[in-house]
Design a protein around this ligand. Structure first.
Ligand code: CA
Length: 315
């Protein structure tokens, strides 16, 4: 079956991540799912941002220079929604202000804003009402453990917003994703959520949760995951290895093991402007993941390129 195209933070290869224009563009490009990352403000509003920090994608330092924490970062959790609404969102930058992806959208003349999770779902609803093409959503609960330590239980609020918009059943066009395996078990077995769930699998060093990911990639770990979730979202680098001498690409067996355990596999993130080790072109990367690994979905910053590729190989 044709893999689903998940617009990673929107069409983030072209417009600042997680802005509504980036979501609209991804929709127009034919993405099957639009991704949301969800974090909580001081007044417990849920907003769509990738990090619990504001400093790499907004002008927060200019507006609120004295609101950084001791680690020098500005936290979403320290601001009220009305304050976040005054900020401008820009293309992601490094700590020194240089762009993370130098070839991407560089103009600073436009004003992009932060929206709440509910505002984005309303926007997605309106897009579909206007144009007719259905599109799914692919929201992620960001760092639930950290949020609890900050005094907010983000998950029930997150699921509440989804329910408000009618996302309740397994057949609804939504995947809920999280790096935190314990939280996913809670969502499925304690909170009774019936939506499709995706276990994200990262690297322990990223600090996304206190989970250890290596056991989750093993056969037993995947079989155990299958009791709770519908699929996994592994880092693309864990799906293949590059032979040291020949440079040949070989599957690690992760995708096959996951499929055997009954899990869908949606690897992240395919970027045309940041090819991973071992691939000479975006097409080569897509060919490997689609034709050889036969994944069920792909997170990409460039939904248009993936949609075009899939159209091309289907004829
Ligand atoms: Ca995400």
């Amino acid at each position: 079956m044709r893999p689903i195209v998940i617009a990673h933070r929107g069409a983030s290869g072209y417009l600042p991540e997680h802005t509504l224009p980036a979501k609209a563009l991804a929709y127009a490009m034919g993405a099957d799912y639009l991704e949301q990352d969800v974090v909580a403000t001081r007044d417990d509003a849920l907003v769509v941002l990738h990090d619990v920090y504001l400093d790499r994608v907004t002008d927060v330092a200019r507006h609120y220079p004295d609101r950084r924490r001791r680690d020098g970062r500005y936290y979403v959790r320290d601001f009220e929604l009305r304050e976040l609404k005054t900020l401008s969102v820009h293309e992601r930058s490094n700590a020194d202000g240089s762009p993370v992806y130098p070839g991407r959208f560089s103009s600073t003349d436009e004003t992009f804003r932060i929206q709440t999770f509910a505002e984005e779902l309303e926007f997605v609803r309106s897009l579909q009402a206007g144009h007719g093409r259905a599109v799914g959503i692919y929201p992620e609960i960001k760092r639930p453990e950290w949020h609890r330590s900050e005094g907010v239980d983000i998950t029930p609020r997150f699921l509440g917003v989804l329910a408000d918009f009618g996302y309740k059943k397994r057949s609804d066009p939504v995947y809920v994703q999280c790096f935190d395996a314990r939280e996913l078990r809670r969502i499925r077995h304690e909170l009774g959520c019936r939506l499709k769930l995706i276990q994200l699998i990262g690297e322990d060093s990223w600090g996304e949760s206190s989970a250890h990911y290596a056991p989750l990639r093993a056969r037993r770990g995947l079989e155990r995951l299958a009791r709770t979730v519908d699929g996994i979202g592994p880092w693309i680098r864990r799906a293949y290895r590059v032979a040291r001498r020949s440079g040949e690409i070989h599957p690690t067996g992760l995708v096959q093991r996951a499929h055997k355990a009954g899990l869908a596999v949606h690897p992240y993130t395919l970027r045309a402007d940041e090819l991973p080790e071992g691939f000479a072109s975006f097409d080569a990367l897509l060919t490997f993941f689609v034709d050889e690994l036969v994944v069920d979905g792909l997170f990409t910053d460039f939904p248009d390129k993936v949609v075009r590729f899939l159209r091309r190989i289907s004829v």
